[in-house]
Design a protein around this ligand. Structure first.
Ligand SMILES: Cc1cc2nc3c(=O)[nH]c(=O)nc-3n(C[C@H](O)[C@H](O)[C@H](O)COP(=O)(O)O)c2cc1C
Length: 187
């Protein structure tokens, strides 16, 4: 176990730059999907959740599961970033800003880790063909590999989602690149 020293705490509490953003301290609330988007858009509960972290003093809060397209979601109760959400996302960023923190959107695509039914394609799409144990109980046991064109489409989905976030006043986007994400699933 490491012990936090006074010097360490001073560093933690001191401002820093994250690229062009100045953070008032080194505490960033990590993304945790909270299920507060039941109809696919930010609710008052989601806004209050992040505002509370801002009031508590974090330098930046991260909104999890900001999916880049309708089929990037692995559950139907997640949102995907599109212009129709502008007002509610702006309300969210305004609340966090007025409580003194920055706000980041975690951009994500679930890849084969998909439980819900794809809306725009017949099969779940992933970086490569994959057994999908989450889809299997619902009769969708496989995800198929994206074509080059579909990968280009995925990239532009990321750009489009980032634009939606920035227009709604978000300070930062984070590209989720860990195990259950469409960007980094191994074959
Ligand atoms: C309920 C819950 C939801 C989470 N959702 C996300 C998420 O949407 N994106 C993500 O990158 N990590 C997610 N995580 C992981 C957390 O961001 C964090 O990395 C993890 O809890 C480990 O943090 P710790 O080491 O401080 O416990 C989630 C964790 C929990 C408990």
């Amino acid at each position: 176990m490491t012990t936090m020293t006074v010097e360490g705490l001073e560093v933690l509490a001191s401002p820093t730059a994250l690229g062009p953003i100045i953070l008032k301290n080194r505490v960033i609330k990590s993304a945790t999907f909270e299920g507060k988007t039941p109809e696919g858009h930010p609710t008052k509960a989601l806004i209050e959740f992040h505002a509370e972290f801002a009031r508590g003093g974090v330098a930046m809060t991260t909104v999890g599961c900001c999916n880049v397209s309708v089929d990037a979601r692995n559950l139907d109760n997640q949102m995907y970033l599109h212009s129709g959400l502008h007002q509610s996302l702006k309300e969210l960023s305004d609340e966090v800003h007025s409580a003194g923190a920055k706000i980041s959107a975690q951009l994500t695509h679930c890849g084969f880790f998909k439980q819900n039914k794809p809306r725009s394609t017949r099969f779940t799409l992933a970086p490569s063909f994959h057994f999908n144990k989450l889809g299997a109980p619902n009769g969708r046991p496989f995800a198929i590999g994206m074509s080059h064109k579909q990968i280009q489409g995925l990239l532009s989905d990321y750009c489009g989602a980032a634009e939606v976030a920035v227009k709604a006043g978000f300070d930062c986007v984070e590209i989720q690149m860990e195990w259950f994400n469409g960007c980094d699933q191994p074959s």
